[in-house]
Design a protein around this ligand. Structure first.
Ligand code: URA
Length: 251
């Protein structure tokens, strides 16, 4: 006997013009003009009514084209990126941002995309970018103890005391009132170490090494929870996070 199928969550419905406007294709008036020009095709047929209501299913980009190009993926969308050195994660900070690595239209998406936690301008590695608020909070909430794993290159050789100081759960960062949660340090050379933390305080790794009298000269994030940065993703490259990868973060 086959097991009964789990009920599928009902797909949200939206008006076509609102969907396209929220995906950054233009104002409601502009996307209505796209529809009027016959540029929107669903399941092989030109859509004539900009106010038509659609079920927003994950297969929509495979079924709908806009000006002969597949529809952009609707929300919720999460991306996995290899953040390169020299770009910022903040929308507001000066300088080139990780959002400039994505298609320009995506900057006008509603809900907007933002990084899950931030990496400093001079930190590289695994970065998640999402428009899914509940997922973002699940990853960053200290209650969920999702590990963030960094490779740090140091200015001075490790002196052997760091692992104990980081594991103690008593280390205070300058200017803070709460001690850090215990963290795991694995030395991998005189001036190189892997550091596993479960919080995401401002400049945390650099400040942890500063607190034990060292200085980080290179920093790379290699893992978030059970999700490692794929070896074939070059710096600056990104792709959509799969459901299995999303689940792996919490495994
Ligand atoms: N800790 C830091 O100091 N910098 C980062 O980019 C990430 C963690």
């Amino acid at each position: 006997m086959t097991a009964p199928k789990a009920p599928q969550p009902k797909a949200p419905m939206a008006r076509l013009d609102r969907l396209l406007a929220n995906l950054g294709y233009g104002s409601r008036r502009e996307v209505s003009a796209l529809v009027a020009r016959g540029q929107v095709v669903l399941d092989g047929a030109v859509v004539k009514d900009a106010g038509a209501r659609l079920a927003i299913t994950p297969d929509l980009p495979a079924r709908m084209t806009i000006s002969r190009q597949p529809l952009d993926p609707p929300a919720p969308l999460t991306l996995l990126m290899h953040k390169p050195l020299g770009v910022v994660c903040s929308h507001r900070e000066a300088g080139r941002s990780v959002y400039e690595l994505l298609p320009q239209r995506w900057r006008a998406r509603m809900p907007g995309l933002s990084s899950i936690g931030r990496l400093d301008k001079e930190t590289s590695g695994l970065l998640l970018v999402t428009d899914d608020g509940p997922f973002l909070h699940r990853v960053i909430s200290p209650k969920n103890h999702v590990e963030k794993v960094y490779l740090a290159t140091l200015d001075r050789p490790l002196d052997g005391s760091e692992a104990e100081a980081f594991a103690a759960g008593t280390l205070m960062l300058e200017g803070e009132k709460e001690p850090l949660a215990p963290a795991v340090l694995e030395p991998i050379g005189l001036k190189n170490a892997r550091l596993i933390i479960t919080e995401g305080r401002y400049h945390q790794v650099r400040r942890m090494f500063a607190a034990v009298g060292n200085h980080v000269v290179g920093l790379h994030r290699e893992r978030i929870g059970g999700l490692a940065l794929p070896g074939d993703l070059e710096p600056g490259a990104w792709r959509i996070l799969t459901r299995d990868e999303q689940a792996a973060i919490f495994s």
